[in-house]
Design a protein. Structure first.
Length: 444
């Protein structure tokens, strides 16, 4: 039987975000770390949604052309009703890095459809779109994304434009139409939107700024879908919107119960995030059984990289030996960001992610850990590959801070097969997040 939905996530944390949204609501989901073999795919044949975790958020348009093309073709061959190119709900991207417009062009051509629907707003994540403009929360306040205290200053892809149509116009020649919140709530919305979409030859953004527009967007997406597969793009707002339509049609039964996994006495954390949210989480954790360990990123990128890595791992193992949980971090908030120096070294950010993953694998293997965390969206995308993991499934959703669930890792590498692991984006989670994961709690 064909899956209900397939997707490609442009980073690993965003990929688990989608998996969490679906599995929490009755759609069993598996996330692969690449195109799976037939045998691996068969192991998860019961799943109704299939994802592939990727790294395109931190890659170039040339990389996308080469790597996304075969993946999108493979996803199309699954014959799912919906195929989703998943991007971060903050939409941070640029013409040179993480170009969303380029990815849409590739998918649009492969699926041979006149336009590509976009949904970015996700109230569950405190992300909202109104009249084509994106807003996001920070510390209890809602900001237009180009005035957001963090995303307007993102170290790689700062968001300097809230109008997503104008933002995308720098990335692609495809035009962006908007189905605004007012149109969606009119009595004849379905007829109006169908007529509007029939004239589009680029992208169509559906406003989502609350429960009403989210339900409307999901209904419209499902009604407008093509029978031979429907390529769409956006945040996990796609899934949250569709779940409403699927529930109405009896395709899902709604919320799924996940038992608490219990407390782990010790866990290990690696972090490449420079976010102030992660900084607060590290400082909070240091007061509750964690020990923060600074790792110099330039040493890791220098001539003595292996010696620096070995020292970091030895320090982490020493912390674990004392019954505490180490957090190995390369920056403690924006003030400690050394991105300017790091970016002078070609490929440095990818390399740092891989080295942090190697540190984590060695700590997990040598200390026989059952649970771990990787902090940082781009970091997670490159670090997890070093753990020799082939697939992830949801172990514990976190409804209070969606987008950073505790997962179960699957693969042939004994030390990490069955590992419980969370991938946390920089802006995600409450201050007590790391203790929440260690203690196996659904709410902090």
């Amino acid at each position: 039987m064909a899956p209900l939905l397939t997707y490609y996530g442009d980073d690993f944390t965003g990929s688990t975000d989608v998996m969490e949204a679906l599995s929490s609501n009755g759609v069993e989901t598996v996330l692969f770390l690449g195109i799976p073999s037939d045998d691996l795919l068969q192991r998860f044949s019961h799943c109704r949604a299939i994802g592939i975790a990727g790294t395109s958020r931190s890659e170039t348009p040339g990389w996308m052309e080469e790597r996304l093309t075969p993946i999108f073709r493979w996803l199309k061959s699954r014959h799912a009703a919906i195929c989703h190119y998943k991007v971060c709900s903050t939409f941070d991207s640029s013409p040179a890095i993480g170009n969303i417009g380029k990815a849409v062009e590739i998918g649009k051509a492969i699926f041979d459809q006149p336009y590509v629907p976009l949904v970015v707003g996700a109230p569950q994540l405190k992300r909202y779109t109104a009249f084509g403009n994106l807003f996001a929360a920070y510390q209890g306040e809602i900001y237009r994304i180009d005035r957001h205290p963090v995303m307007s200053r993102h170290p790689v892809t700062p968001m300097r434009e809230a109008d997503l149509g104008r933002h995308l116009a720098e990335q692609t020649a495809l035009p962006t139409g908007v189905v605004d919140r007012v149109t969606q709530t009119l009595p004849d919305a379905e007829t109006r939107v169908a007529r509007f979409c029939a004239e589009q030859r680029g992208m169509v953004l559906f406003d989502v700024d609350g429960p009403e527009t989210q339900a409307s967007a999901g209904h419209l997406l499902w009604q407008l879908r093509r029978l031979d597969g429907w390529f769409v793009a956006g945040s996990s707002g796609i899934e949250y919107a569709l779940l409403s339509a699927w529930k109405q049609e009896g395709l899902t039964t709604g919320a799924t119960h996940f038992p608490l996994p219990g407390k782990a006495e010790r866990i290990a954390v690696v972090s490449g995030s420079v976010s102030p949210t992660t900084e607060r989480q590290i400082r909070t954790a240091a007061q509750s059984g964690f020990e923060a360990v600074a790792v110099d990123p330039l040493e890791l990128l220098g001539e003595n990289a292996m010696a620096a890595l070995e020292r970091a791992v030895a320090t982490g193992l020493d912390v674990l030996g004392r019954g505490l949980s180490p957090i190995l971090y390369t920056a403690l908030g924006p003030a400690a960001d050394r991105g300017g120096e790091i970016d002078r070294i070609p490929g440095s950010r990818h390399t740092l992610g891989r080295l942090l993953g190697t540190m984590l694998r060695q700590m997990v293997e040598q200390a026989q850990l059952q649970r771990a965390v990787i902090a940082g969206g781009d970091t997670s995308s490159h670090a997890l590959k070093e753990l020799h993991v082939d697939a992830l499934t949801t172990l514990l959703p976190l409804p209070q801070t969606p987008g950073s669930p505790l997962c179960t890792a699957h693969g042939d590498f004994a030390a990490t097969n069955g590992l419980q692991i969370a991938l946390k984006g920089g802006q995600v989670g409450a201050d007590g997040y790391f203790a929440q994961i260690r203690d196996g709690l659904a709410a902090a």
